[in-house]
Design a protein around this ligand. Structure first.
Ligand SMILES: [Zn+2]
Ligand SMILES: [Zn+2]
Length: 156
């Protein structure tokens, strides 16, 4: 059941049974683009039945992948082929073209918030931001220049 669909997102009934994500409905990201327009949503990863976000990461000269849940508020992250050093930052790249994902702003932890664009127009006002520090789970969806907050989720 798809409730609405816009700018690479859809709202669905919450598929998560535990308490990590609250509320009867959740926002799922189903399109996300690198600066060259490659889709970062990948069917090779699955979170509660929805394809995850797959990005390439680089730290201390080594590369690997991280998969993130496409469900807003779900902090699940899976690291593949790399042992990330806890507490340090990593470089985020497109797995298709190796383009560095752009920095949106500073995270409260002092590291960078990396932008993944919700549309091919690649606007910083419509993007998902994730912190590039390992273990910092700070992430947000920004739509029309505003962060979608938990209270906005309730009226969707
Ligand atoms: Zn790319
Ligand atoms: Zn952070």
């Amino acid at each position: 059941m798809k409730l609405f669909d816009k700018k690479g997102m859809m709202v669905i009934p919450n598929p998560i049974k535990d308490k990590t994500v609250s509320g009867p409905k959740v926002l799922i990201v189903n399109e996300l683009y690198c600066p060259n327009g490659h889709n970062l949503i990948n069917n090779r990863t699955s979170f509660n039945g929805y394809p995850g976000i797959l990005i390439k990461v680089e730290q201390a000269g080594r590369t690997g992948m991280i998969a993130l849940s496409p469900i807003y508020g779900d902090k699940c992250r899976i690291t593949l082929d790399i042992d990330l050093k806890s507490g340090e930052t990593m470089k985020a790249l497109c797995p298709h073209c190796d383009a560095a994902l752009p920095v949106h702003s500073k995270c409260s932890c002092g590291a960078d918030l990396i932008a993944l664009f919700l549309t091919k127009e690649q606007r910083f006002t419509d993007c998902v931001v994730i912190c590039n520090r390992v273990d910092c789970v700070n992430s947000s969806i920004i739509e029309g220049g505003e962060i979608i907050s938990a209270s906005m989720m309730k009226i969707l």
